[in-house]
Design a binder for this molecule. Structure first.
Ligand SMILES: *Cc1c(COP(=O)(O)O)cnc(C)c1O
Length: 234
């Protein structure tokens, strides 16, 4: 028998921890799915995760995803790709063509661009609104006070809005941020809650995450020299 790759073992470990957190939670979501965040991971590393049965992946840059994922999606038609990094309006066409879900809708201009692209092509990925729960000036996302208006705006445009996403401030206790996001999603009838990363996904499960986004705990530490933009984007 060949030895399991560390990616395979890490994935199994994370899935087990998600299940344990769900069992310990008072009110977990009906399902909690794992997004493997594959930014800076090249195709062979992603193939290992696919071989282990992983099908949801998250990327935070359109160009990097365009380079890596079209071939993988052809080979694995059930692969589901989520954009979890900021989206510029000039990349909407490419993003709408490639991603199954865009988690980072955070302004009306971007909603307009996604609606225009949908009207042209008939296609729009499912959308989550990113909420800047910590109101950090350097971070993407709509501030909580403006979230209800953006949700209403997206619905007026008949965009397929299905969830909310947040990235709590690194130095904060994440719990109140997760609780806030879950409550906001409840209030607006939005099913998906994307919250929790390598360091806090079990807590996110406890607060009803339907999707957790885990990168380094699956693929190992990232090479930050190639990840500088995405770190700054956080
Ligand atoms: C990189 C990233 C993650 C994964 O972070 P890890 O700490 O490596 O698990 C999750 N969400 C977003 C938005 C990211 O950019």
């Amino acid at each position: 028998m060949s030895e399991q790759s560390s990616t395979t073992a890490n994935l199994a470990g994370i899935l087990a921890r998600i299940e344990a957190a769900r069992k310990a939670a008072i009110k977990p979501a009906a399902t909690t799915r794992l997004i493997a965040v594959s930014k800076t991971v090249e195709a062979p590393g992603i193939e290992e995760a696919l071989a282990a049965g992983q099908r949801l992946f998250g990327e935070n840059r359109v160009q990097e995803a365009q380079r890596k994922f079209p071939a993988l999606k052809t080979a694995h038609p059930d692969l589901e790709l989520h954009l979890i990094g900021p989206l510029q309006t000039n990349k909407v066409k490419e993003a709408a063509a490639l991603f199954d879900v865009i988690q980072t809708l955070d302004r009306t201009r971007l909603a307009d661009a996604l609606a225009a692209e949908r009207d042209k092509t008939g296609r729009c990925p499912r959308l989550f609104i990113q909420v800047n729960t910590g109101e950090e000036p350097q971070k993407a996302g709509v501030i909580p006070a403006d979230a209800a208006a953006l949700i209403a705006y997206a619905r007026e445009l008949k965009l397929p809005l299905t969830g909310l996403m947040c990235i709590p401030p690194a130095e904060d206790d994440a719990a109140p941020h997760f609780a806030f996001l879950a409550k906001l999603a409840d209030e607006h009838g939005l099913e998906e809650r994307s919250m929790g990363m390598s360091g806090d996904f079990e807590m996110a499960v406890r607060f009803g995450a339907t999707l957790v986004r885990v990168g380094s705990a699956i693929f190992g530490a990232r090479n930050y020299s190639t990840d500088a933009d995405s770190v700054a984007g956080l």
